[in-house]
Unconditional design. Structure first.
Length: 302
C-alpha cells in the first residue's frame, strides 16, 4: 500500500484518514494538523521522513508562481529543511494544471456561464493558472490579494496588474512570517467579526480561491452565489448550504466525505508517476489526471 501524509500548519480539527484506490494502487492518505505550531510540523516531517511515499505540505505555500516566476516562502522552506528521503510537495506544481482544467470543465459541462460572471478571487497569486483561465473564458476578474492577505481594501482588476503587483510584492511577502498573511491553526476555525469586506462578496457572482480566506470574512448570507475552492469538510458544506450558496465546486474530488488539498493530490500523483516533483511537468500531470478520470466535485444546493 502506498502512503501519503499531509502535515499542515492548519487546525488539527480538520485531520482525516482515508483509504482509496487509484490506477490499481491502494493508498492510505492522512492529514495531520499542527494548529499553527511550526516546531511541531518540523518534528513531524523529521519523524516520518522515509516512512511515507510522499509528504504534502499543508496550511502554507512553499512556492507561488506568477507570470513565469517562482517565489519561495522562507517559513515553508525552513519547515522541510531536514527532510532527506521523502519527497515534499505543496500543491503548487499541480495547481497550474489542475485548476485550469477545472474552470474549463465548468465552462463545458455545467450551466454556469462563466463568460458573463463577476469573479472574486480572494487570492490569485497562489492560483495564477485559475485566474488566467477565468480571464480566457471571458469572466470579469477581480483579485483580492491585497485585501485578504494584506488588509489593503483595493481590488486588482486584471491579470496584467496582478503580474505587476506580484513582481513588486511577492519578494517581500514571501520573507514575512506566514501567519501574518494567512490564517493558521485555530484562526482557521474563526470567522472575522468585522464585516468590512462583505461588499466584495456581494458584488461577485463567483467567489473563488483558498477556502480559509473565503471563510474568514464570509457574510451571513450569500444567496445564489457560486463558490469554487479547495479543501472543505462536511461542516463547511453544510454551512455554505445554510447561507444560501447555490453551487459549491471543489477542485479536488471527495474522499470519504471531504475534499483534500492540492498538496495531497500532488503527493498522490508523484507517487503514481514514480518521479520526483521537479521531474514531473504539466503535460505529465494532465495525463495522470486523465488516467484517473479526474473531475471536480460539484454540489448544487436546492
Amino acid at each position: 500500500m502506498k502512503k501519503v501524509l499531509s502535515i499542515s500548519l492548519g487546525s488539527s480539527k480538520r485531520d482525516h484518514i482515508v483509504e482509496t484506490e487509484m490506477l490499481g494502487e491502494k493508498f492510505l492518505i492522512e492529514r495531520k494538523g499542527t494548529d499553527g505550531d511550526k516546531k511541531k510540523a518540523r518534528e513531524l516531517f523529521l519523524e516520518f521522513d522515509g516512512k511515507y511515499d510522499a509528504f504534502g505540505l499543508g496550511g502554507i505555500d512553499l512556492y507561488i508562481y506568477a507570470s513565469g516566476r517562482r517565489y519561495t516562502f522562507k517559513d515553508a522552506k525552513k519547515l522541510i529543511s531536514n527532510v532527506k528521503k521523502t519527497p515534499v510537495v505543496d500543491g503548487s506544481g499541480l495547481k497550474n494544471t489542475l485548476e485550469r482544467r477545472v474552470i474549463k470543465y465548468i465552462y463545458e459541462n455545467t450551466d454556469i456561464n462563466i463568460s458573463d460572471k463577476k469573479v472574486l478571487m480572494v487570492s490569485a497569486m497562489d492560483r495564477f493558472g485559475m485566474a488566467e483561465a477565468f480571464s480566457e473564458f471571458g469572466a470579469k476578474l477581480f483579485c483580492g490579494d491585497l485585501i485578504f492577505a494584506l488588509g489593503i481594501p483595493v481590488l486588482i482588476k486584471s491579470i496584467k496588474i496582478l503580474s505587476i503587483v506580484a513582481f513588486v510584492v511577492a519578494p517581500i511577502v514571501t520573507k514575512l512570517p506566514f501567519e501574518l498573511i494567512y490564517p493558521t491553526g485555530k484562526k482557521q476555525e474563526k470567522r472575522s467579526v468585522f464585516k468590512r469586506y462583505s461588499r466584495f462578496y456581494h458584488d461577485a457572482d463567483i467567489i473563488a480561491g483558498d477556502f480559509h480566506y473565503i471563510k474568514r470574512y464570509i457574510p451571513e448570507q450569500l444567496n445564489k452565489k457560486i463558490i469554487i475552492t479547495n479543501t472543505v469538510t462536511k461542516k463547511d458544506v453544510e454551512d455554505l448550504k445554510n447561507i444560501g450558496v447555490k453551487y459549491l465546486i471543489t477542485t479536488t474530488p471527495e474522499l470519504n466525505g471531504r475534499s483534500f488539498g492540492t498538496n495531497v493530490m500532488e503527493s498522490v500523483l508523484i507517487t503514481l508517476a514514480g518521479k520526483s516533483p521537479e521531474n514531473l511537468n504539466s503535460d505529465e500531470y494532465s495525463n495522470l489526471l486523465d488516467k484517473i478520470n479526474f473531475k471536480p466535485r460539484i454540489i448544487k444546493f436546492d
